[in-house]
Design a protein around this ligand. Sequence first.
Ligand code: F3S
Length: 393
Amino acid sequence: MYLTKEEEHIYDGERGWANQKCMKILVRLGELFNASKLIPIDSAHVSGISYKTLGDSPIEFLKALADGDGKTKVRATLNPQSLDTEYLDKRLPRKIVEKQLTILKQFERMNFTPSLTCTPYYMERPRPNSHLAWAESSAVVYANSVLGAWTNREGGPSALAAAIIGKTPNYGIHKAENRQPKVLVSVNAQMRNETDFGALGICLGKVLADNIPEIHGLHEASKEQLKQLSAALASTGMVNMFQLEQKKTRTNREEMPKISVEAKDIKKTAESLSTAITSKPDLVFIGCPHCSLNEIKQIAQLLKGKKVKAGLEFWVCTSRHAKELARDSVEQIERSGGHVLAGVCTVVSWTETLGIKTIMTNSAKTAYYAPTLNRAETILAPLEDCIKAATRG
Ligand code: F3S
């Protein structure tokens, strides 16, 4: 892989240990995927911030990078952590809270923005056609498909290295020729709500492998519904983008393999994501991926005049940024007995330690992961049904 003179200096350790380590990670990755060079990025987004998913071993590496004067060169944001500072931290063992704080501190020493959200695009929307190095799979698919930015699906370490160097290897969908659809998907079903979009993503992810689909039949899908599709698609498959039906296309549709998705496929997939025998959840969770401002307002509206049932948890997860902007709606949700948690998500938090055994959610991604990552039973249902199940009055 070609390196500029300055990149060679970094590689040889002339700009310090942290920069050298990060450059070596990027060069290794680039060589693995036959990249010709490094290209500048507008931003990096790092996953693996939660102590629950990260564990103890990488903490020393993060400390060493921060001690070695690793500093971000571009806007660099962080995925959710395992607790929030207002509600969950008081209910969790001190050791967990301290470990989580130690992890965050290392990122802050390296000048990362403590955004703690999987929807960094609500804080600052990437420019169309800009190159990014993002590691949160739901955000990767959304950025490529809905926002028109260009990013591979990075791992936590490669996104971290890209943040410190300000560049990423030029391979995968950083190249225009790799962004063309390879499969034509016809959705022959009425898509009624966000869980239908999530179920479609789970179902398609399993059959697409890493082939980019051109999806027909999703007329007037909202941005939030496409966010659910993005998150679910990335959960079961390796595909990093989709295209919606376009009038003009450079691809030859006749020659493309075709997949049809029928209403029965969506229904069957959605049903398979509800594993609980009971219809009574311990936790109702909205906010995977993290809620937009509109979603928070909609939840507040639906909760007006209602109270969350005693003994039941109702969590809305979002970023601190959105929580502050949605102050009135947040107050409405809290008055109704719900909790708006900033910087955390159910899947990467300690729900088992909190005694949560059944999770109801409108997110297909959470329903897909919770049985393994939270050891919880799941109930997948659209927002309105989640609110009905959570409230009285
Ligand atoms: Fe975000 Fe957690 Fe879902 S990181 S995409 S809310 S699993």
